[in-house]
Design a protein around this ligand. Sequence first.
Ligand SMILES: [Zn+2]
Length: 122
Amino acid sequence: MSIFGSMYLLGRYGGASSGAFSAASAAESKAGSASQKVDDLAARCDQLVMVCEAMWTILRDKLGVTDEELVTRVNDIDLSDGKLDGKVRKTAVSCPKCGRTIARRFQKCIYCGQPVVHDPFA
Ligand SMILES: [Zn+2]
């Protein structure tokens, strides 16, 4: 093989190797970032569980609400989307002006521009 052929192959495969290394490095960086986000969410979830438990025990102790009443209310909320599955599905709303269906991510009707107020717990 000529010196020019060797240089061509070195450049071609050396470039591919460098590209693969770069892609692997970027993927590793993204995985590290995603892992950090999961850890942050887990920490926030732990804080929310503690705050919910604190609020519940205050309500129970100060107002005499029972654990059974809490369970019944949680099940009622769970069933608000028609399924007792531990999840609450967010449903679309109807525009108060034109009646068309609007996804929850929109603050105004995409058809007529009417501002839409969403239930913060729905
Ligand atoms: Zn509308």
